[in-house]
Design a protein around this ligand. Structure first.
Ligand code: HEC
Length: 184
């Protein structure tokens, strides 16, 4: 009898804690949100995992791509931004993909990239934050709210972008404060 009672207590105590957010490895936990929440995970860690799942086959774990086929992300003006290229272009090209002639670091590509709009705003923000921070890249994080804003502004675009289309759109930076994970 004692053993039975203990058994029931043990089960009730130990089976109640399975939570979707803990076991969904792709959920980005930006802010702790309560005593039971898992420890905050750095978006770069999530971003690297999503990069490995979705992007590494073409752009490679070195971020260098494959000459003539898949352009580099390391040192890319599209990833890091410069006067003409900014965060809005980076988010747009990931959401809708690309087609046709495309210049990266002075090299020409003429290939295509599928759209990634099936990924959630915080997943896209995490991937972009990651690719802006590895392989010697050092650009500020991308905020999920910025991804959401660009997604709604470009909702009418159904085709992949061409370079000419993207470059006709004025550069807009993600001016949100650095999206450091909350630590409460
Ligand atoms: C099947 C191959 C493939 C996959 C997978 C892929 N890309 Fe691309 N990506 C390309 C190609 C090809 C281009 C250039 C498109 C063109 O030539 O028109 C490109 C262009 C880019 C660019 C702009 C150019 C540059 O090099 O900076 C970025 C940024 C980018 N990809 C990021 C990503 C990210 C992030 C993922 C994962 C979510 C991803 N790509 C997945 C093939 C791929």
């Amino acid at each position: 009898m004692l053993a039975l009672c203990w058994g029931g207590f043990y089960l009730a105590f130990n089976s109640g804690g399975f939570r979707q957010d803990v076991y969904n490895s792709n959920a980005v936990n930006w802010a702790g949100g309560g005593a039971q929440a898992a420890a905050p995970v750095d978006p770069k860690v999530i971003g690297k995992r999503l990069y490995t799942q979705n992007c590494v086959v073409c752009h490679q774990s070195t971020g260098l791509g494959v000459a003539g086929q898949f352009p580099p992300l390391a040192g890319s003006e599209w990833v890091l931004g410069d006067g003409k290229h900014a965060e809005n272009h980076l988010v747009m090209l990931l959401l809708n993909g690309l087609q046709g002639p495309f210049q990266v670091k002075g090299q020409s590509y003429n290939n295509a990239m599928v759209q990634w709009k099936q990924l959630a705003d915080d997943q896209i923000a995490a991937i972009l934050t990651y690719i802006r921070s590895d392989w010697g890249n050092n650009a500020p994080p991308i905020d999920a709210a910025f991804v959401a804003k660009i997604r709604s502004e470009t909702a009418a675009q159904s085709e992949p972008w061409t370079q000419a289309q993207l470059q006709a759109i004025p550069p807009v930076k993600d001016s949100a404060p650095a999206a450091a994970p909350a630590t409460k």
